[in-house]
Ligand binder design. Structure first.
Ligand SMILES: NC(=O)C1=CN([C@@H]2O[C@H](COP(=O)(O)OP(=O)(O)OC[C@H]3O[C@@H](n4cnc5c(N)ncnc54)[C@H](OP(=O)(O)O)[C@@H]3O)[C@@H](O)[C@H]2O)C=CC1
Ligand SMILES: O=C(O)CCC(=O)C(=O)O
Length: 424
């Protein structure tokens, strides 16, 4: 087996292959900086770790974990940690690379990183989950740190997981290091507003895009795939702005109500029943029918590769807001563009989470904490300004918002790369 940082011959339609094709599309807009573009096509560093834990029944199981630092030109690595049975190194490479682009798109002083463990956390007890998290943190401890690489929550990880990571790292170095992870509980140096920040960023960029295409949010019909941290918070804000939530899909199934769903009741069902499919205020429909639902705004907020070219041809929405990372395959991007469907890409649309993570990191360093209103105001301004710059770039070059976001971000990343120079 050959292992090298440019080794992964991307499987077609894999997240890494999607990312590489997005980079290829931006190269013509990079001018002289294009000579550095190869930097973006390989991660700087990729760590694979074995995570053995003793299960509650006394057996020992080994899980595979990863931490990939894709690019550190603009600052320490930053990006979440995912626990999922399908996590692979190739997927984590793509997620880390999208963090590089996203952090630069909103001008945060970070590079891009991401981590993951191939595990189904739903099958673990709380004790097993804690052991897994602590062992993983110790194993990746050699490359993370408040000035090196700062993990945060992603799919199936949350504030409790971050608390265990912070505690383990702190014990290992012999000092409390709140700045080593973000997305922590509030009384452990977490920030107000972080839990809902990603959904809030989806809402703010969505609101701005909707205004520009003359789509009124009052009465707009929303369909959301994934009702976790991102999907539920985004849906709540859109409903608060007068939109109707007409379809929701999670792992347990798909529900539909053309009149709109009661948000509070749906949140209660999702929390108490472990999914949306038992919700009595909507009819259950086939999972594949989700893509045919009559709606104005579609929010994929689950996993990668969900919008294939075939599904893109069926989507009725005028606006797609990518809450998830990498939900749209390159072929589907072209179909949506041809059909006049506007896509606000992940690398700007879901950047609200990492933006408030940045606020958390800054607050931890200064040991001075801001009010939720201050955080939301600063977040909204960063998202509105970033979207405006991207929108203008898109209009100037007549390119998609995705390629425009890559153009803005890659210029910042590659300029930093060039200015730092290559010699040791
Ligand atoms: N958390 C954050 O701050 C950020 C997250 N993101 C991205 O947003 C997306 C969602 O993350 P997050 O909300 O944090 O994760 P969560 O774990 O909180 O929620 C994920 C949701 O997706 C659902 N889901 C998973 N697989 C499928 C599937 N095949 N079909 C339909 N629904 C599915 C889950 O359903 P079930 O619960 O039934 O399994 C759950 O509702 C990811 O792409 C993540 O990378 C991006 C930026 C920041
Ligand atoms: O909050 C963070 O640092 C990263 C969040 C994340 O993983 C993402 O934006 O995909």
């Amino acid at each position: 087996m050959r292992v090298s940082l440019s080794y992964v011959t991307p499987s077609p339609d894999s997240p890494w292959s999607t990312y590489l094709s997005q980079v290829d599309r931006v190269i013509p807009y990079l001018g002289p900086l294009a000579r550095w573009a190869e930097t973006l096509k390989r991660p700087k560093r990729a760590l694979i770790v074995d995570v053995p834990i003793e299960m509650d029944d006394g057996s020992v199981r080994h899980f595979e974990g990863y931490r990939v630092q894709h690019n550190l030109s603009r600052g320490p690595g930053k990006g979440g940690v995912r626990y999922h049975p399908d996590v692979t190194l190739e997927e984590v490479m793509a997620l880390a690379a999208w963090m590089t682009i996203k952090n630069a798109a909103v001008n945060l002083p970070y590079g891009g990183a991401k981590g993951g463990i191939r595990v189904d956390p739903k099958l673990l007890s709380q004790k097993e989950l804690e052991k897994l998290t602590r062992r993983y943190t110790s194993e990746i401890g050699i490359i993370i740190g408040p000035q090196q690489d700062i993990p945060a929550p992603d799919v199936n990880t949350n504030a409790q997981v971050m608390a265990w990571m912070m505690d383990t790292y702190s014990m290992n170095i012999g000092a409390t290091a709140t700045g080593v992870v973000t997305g922590k509980p509030i009384h452990l140096g977490g920030s107000l507003g972080r839990v809902k920040a990603t959904g809030r960023g989806v809402f703010v960029t969505g609101r701005e895009a909707a205004r520009r295409i003359g789509l009124n949010l009052d009465g707009a019909r929303i369909a959301v795939q994934g009702f976790g941290n991102v999907g539920s918070a985004a849906a709540e804000l859109f409903v608060g702005a007068g939109a109707k939530l007409v379809a929701v899909q999670d792992h347990t199934g798909t529900i539909y109500n053309p009149e709109g769903m009661d948000m509070a009741a749906l949140m209660r069902t999702a929390r108490e029943e472990g999914g949306v499919s038992h919700f009595v205020g909507a009819e259950r429909i086939d999972n594949e029918a989700f893509w045919d639902v009559d709606c104005d705004i579609l929010i994929p907020a689950a996993l990668e590769g969900q919008i294939t070219a075939a599904r893109a041809n069926r989507i009725k929405a005028r606006l797609v807001l990518e809450g998830a990372n990498g939900p749209t395959l390159p072929g589907a991007d072209d179909v949506l563009t041809d059909r006049g469907v506007l896509v606000v890409p992940d690398v700007i649309c879901n950047a609200g989470g990492v933006t408030v993570s940045y606020f958390e990191w800054v607050q931890d360093f200064s040991s001075f904490f801001w009010s939720e209103d201050e955080i939301n105001l600063r977040l909204d301004k960063i998202m509105v300004d970033a979207l405006k710059k991207i929108w203008d770039t898109s209009e100037r070059h007549k390119i998609s918002l995705r390629t425009a976001t890559f153009a803005v971000a890659c210029e910042r990343i590659l300029m930093a790369r060039q200015e730092r120079g290559l010699y040791p």
